[in-house]
Ligand binder design. Structure first.
Ligand SMILES: NC(=O)C1=CN([C@@H]2O[C@H](COP(=O)(O)OP(=O)(O)OC[C@H]3O[C@@H](n4cnc5c(N)ncnc54)[C@H](O)[C@@H]3O)[C@@H](O)[C@H]2O)C=CC1
Ligand SMILES: CC(C)CC(=O)C(=O)O
Length: 410
């Protein structure tokens, strides 16, 4: 049975996403028997294995908090979680010489869901591409085939004052960015370094999308929009890029399957501007890998901080990958300054999308809101009149809120 899906606090999916068959090159009507979901989606199963990938920088600090929150929530909700911690990123490079060891990918594939902190750091910045922590993360996403990355950017009433935008602009913003995650310029070939006809050194990458890749992310986005406010904005650069021209054509074609969803198209440069001008115009946005990466970081600031934004990356089968949208923040690593809430909220997405444990997910989200209501803030979301705490203390306060919130009160 498919998990009950909920995107953005309080909006419940009544049916799962329908997607196109992989590598098919064509796009049939959605077939309800083919669904995007994670392996552990049966409500009756209450024992799960979670692969934890703390990674680098602030990764271990935020994963430690999220693990404690998951553990307590699970025990209160009658769920049995077991964790296996594996190396990825720079820490894996140092230990094994590769940023995604085979054991890590294989353990991740065998588990019910994967929770990642972040990877990367100054130490490895000058490494060749195959020896970069970032390469390991891309290999993990590709290895799990998690092509649909859901990045909710919601301005919580408690954090309106933390937004860098005026209150009247930020208040009520509730956007879901659906980012294509396993294609586009991050993966396209040819890529590399060389010399041009003048002997000048060059670096090159390829933005490439196959029709089926666009169709399957389009269906995820239309299904998502359908369960929200029914508005989907597709973001591209179709005035310049062939890959975007195809993107727009295929998204437009798929829209005929969703007459109830209002589709619009926007160039990415305009979308970047509109996000800070009038973000409330957006409900669901769908875009390619690189534009989604950039626009979701931009959207995060509307909500107060990149330290607040979770994400879920899902494929057609197998475990989902759950991670905050931020990086390893090497500038604050090891200083107990990181905001762990994006990772805690990613753990809630893991429970909802990865395991189908809706009540437990809600319990965590309610605990985060309760902690903010009680005035606790890490430095990135601090405003006068609130209580400044570090990463650990924020985690302890979330645990108190998890304990005090009974499911009936949710
Ligand atoms: N998914 C991942 O693991 C990602 C990894 N990276 C990697 O992370 C490293 C640093 O990249 P940056 O561009 O600096 O991006 P970043 O997201 O790590 O940091 C950007 C800014 O946001 C702050 N920040 C980020 N997360 C925070 C949190 N939870 N609490 C408080 N402040 C937070 C940082 O202190 C920094 O000032 C690089 O090696 C990069 O490749 C970057 C993005 C995603
Ligand atoms: C670090 C990269 C591999 C990816 C990235 O920047 C992201 O997905 O946010």
């Amino acid at each position: 049975m498919a998990a009950t899906l909920q995107l953005c606090y309080g909006k419940t999916f009544k049916r799962p996403f329908a997607v196109a068959p992989p590598n098919s090159g064509y796009s049939p009507k959605p077939n309800p028997s083919r669904i995007i979901m994670c392996s552990a989606s049966s409500q009756s199963k209450r024992r799960y294995t979670i692969t934890l990938l703390p990674g680098d920088g602030i990764g271990p600090e935020i994963i430690s908090v999220a693990k404690n929150v998951l553990n307590l929530t699970a025990s209160l909700q009658g769920i049995d979680l077991s964790f296996q911690e594996m190396a990825v990123g720079g820490v894996a490079l140092d230990l094994t010489g590769v940023s995604l060891p085979e054991e890590t990918l294989s353990m991740a594939k065998q588990s019910d869901a994967v929770l990642l902190g972040a990877i990367g750091g100054y130490k490895w910045d000058a490494n060749e591409k195959h020896l970069k922590p970032e390469t390991g993360l891309l290999q993990l996403r590709a290895g799990l085939n998690v092509f649909a990355n859901l990045r909710p950017a919601t301005v919580l009433p408690q954090l309106v004052d933390a937004s860098t935008l005026k209150k009247e602009v930020a208040e009520g913003v509730d956007i879901m960015v659906v980012r294509e995650l396993t294609g586009g310029i991050y993966f396209g070939k040819p890529r590399g370094f060389g010399t041009d006809e003048n002997g000048e050194e060059i670096g090159f990458n390829t933005e490439v999308y196959a029709g089926y890749e666009i169709d399957r992310i389009a269906r995820v986005a239309f299904e998502t929009a359908r369960k929200r406010q029914g508005k989907l904005c597709s973001v591209d650069k179709a005035n310049v890029l062939e890959a975007s021209m195809l993107w727009r054509k295929r998204i437009t074609a798929i829209s005929s399957e969703y007459p109830d969803v209002e589709l619009s198209h926007m160039y990415v440069d305009n979308a970047a501007m509109q996000l800070v001008r009038y973000p409330k115009q957006f409900d669901t946005m769908v875009t390619n890998n690189i534009f989604g990466d950039i626009l979701s970081d931009e959207a995060s600031m509307i909500t107060g901080s990149i330290g607040m934004l979770p994400s879920a990356s899902l494929g057609e089968s197998g475990p989902g990958l759950f991670e905050p949208i931020h990086g390893s923040a090497p500038d604050i690593a090891g200083q107990d300054k990181a905001n762990p809430l994006a990772t805690v909220l990613s753990a809630a997405m893991l429970l909802r999308y990865g395991l189908g444990e809706e009540e437990a997910a809600k319990r965590i989200e309610a605990a985060v809101l309760d902690t903010l209501d009680r005035g606790f803030r890490t430095g990135d979301i601090y405003s006068s009149g609130t209580k400044l705490v570090g990463c650990k203390e924020m985690g302890e306060e979330v645990l108190k809120s998890v304990e005090s919130r009974v499911p009936a009160a949710l």
